[in-house]
Design a protein around this ligand. Structure first.
Ligand code: NAD
Ligand code: UGA
Length: 331
């Protein structure tokens, strides 16, 4: 295991932005189970958004958790952060394809401008650590060999450009002589598991297996991803808050490289259903392969992913089966 930064003491109070989202809600839940008090902020409030309500259902009324609705583009940030030992900044607009379109302004405002507002407040309040969600997409189109953090980023979509800007912005603040915050940027590789976003591939496949809906596969299905199970992503994220580290960029990849066609096969076997697939045109910015070089995560965080793809997809199918109250899933 990596050495814990004892000069900072134990983790007592955390702020999680994007708390109503997929990764953020799991992170909040695990932090609470470890006895950490959590302030969760998100512009999607469970009162008004069904997805936020589903994601936060297990923790909304748990002691130690306070949910604050707020849009980081405009809300008062400093009151959220008072006395925090760490800020986990997961709020942002994800997804590659929509970033080519009219929503790009929101990508820029939420991923870059809102992050700058947050960094100004974090610096002023001398929060000891920021863990920020970056993305494997910053590597762009690779030949499929493992990407190391020192590789030159070649973002292939507007989304990826904003994520690269976001992590570099945080690191630029951290490099200022008057900044007491250590920044750890985690480049997550395609995270999946219960509560995965509805636009993502595995969620669409498992949903299709349960409902009979059709799924589009963009291209020939030979795109390869280093799929990362949510519990593994969360354990890396918490390690990044507590390990003794300088300002860093660290890959978080699940080590389960598979093509979309492999994932289709696994999902059909796990659910016992034949999935109705439509082959659609490839989409711009959709890189052929991602693969993490995980040596920095091992060395700096003492982290190794533990969940293989079959186990992870089964857990996701179990969770969706509960939601759909179906008995047709053979797991
Ligand atoms: P998500 O959409 O489920 O969660 C993001 C949350 O951020 C949402 O609840 C959204 O309401 C909130 N948000 C967006 N803009 C906001 C704003 N201006 N103010 C306040 N809240 C705002 O997405 P996710 O899949 O959980 O991803 C979380 C983070 O991880 C994102 O930054 C994403 O870019 C990054 N990431 C995700 C993956 C993945 O595979 N899911 C991989 C790499 C990086
Ligand atoms: C995912 C997240 O969606 C991004 O927010 C994140 O930044 C990125 O991981 C990352 O690793 O950094 P992606 O790998 O494209 O992006 O994950 P999915 O949205 O699940 O798509 C995986 C593959 O399936 C892509 O090739 C996509 O084109 C394809 N896909 C997706 C389909 O063929 N059909 C669909 O309905 C959805």
């Amino acid at each position: 295991m990596a050495t814990t930064d004892i000069s900072r003491g134990p983790l007592r109070r955390a702020v999680v932005t994007g708390a109503a989202g997929f990764i953020g809600s799991h992170l909040c839940q695990t932090l609470l189970s470890l006895g950490v008090s959590v302030i969760g902020a998100d512009r999607r409030s469970p009162d008004q958004h069904q997805g936020a309500a589903i994601n936060l259902a297990a923790i909304l009324h748990q002691p130690g958790f306070i949910f604050i609705p707020g849009d980081l583009r405009t809300c008062a940030v400093e009151p959220l952060l008072l006395d925090a030992d760490v800020v986990f900044h997961l709020a942002g607009i994800p997804g590659v394809h929509p970033s080519w379109g009219a929503d790009f302004d929101d990508y820029v405002a939420s991923n870059i401008s809102a992050t700058q507002r947050l960094m100004r407040a974090i610096t002023r309040l001398r929060i000891p650590r920021l863990v920020v969600a970056s993305s494997s997409s910053v590597y762009g189109a690779t030949d499929g060999s493992p990407s190391a953090e020192t590789d030159r980023p070649r973002p292939a979509s507007p989304y990826a450009v904003t994520k690269l800007a976001e992590e570099q912005l945080c690191l630029a603040y951290a490099a200022r002589p008057d900044c007491d915050t250590t920044v750890v940027a985690l480049r997550y590789f395609t995270v999946y598991g219960p509560r995965q976003r509805e636009d993502m591939f595995i969620q669409r496949l498992v949903t299709a297996a349960m409902t009979g809906q059709r799924v589009s596969i963009y291209g020939d299905g030979n795109q390869r991803r280093d799929f990362t199970y949510i519990d593994d992503a969360v354990s890396a994220t918490i390690a990044a808050a507590t390990a003794y580290l300088p300002n860093s960029i660290i890959n978080v990849g699940g080590g389960t490289s598979a093509t979309l066609n492999d994932v289709l096969d696994h999902t059909q076997k796990i659910t016992g259903q034949t999935i109705n697939v439509h082959i659609a045109d490839p989409r711009s910015g959709d890189v052929p392969a991602t693969c993490a070089n995980s040596s920095a995560a091992r060395r700096l965080l003492g982290w190794n992913p533990r969940t293989d793809l079959n186990t992870g997809i089964s857990a996701q199918a179990d969770w969706l089966a509960t939601r759909y109250s179906t008995s047709s899933v053979a797991i």
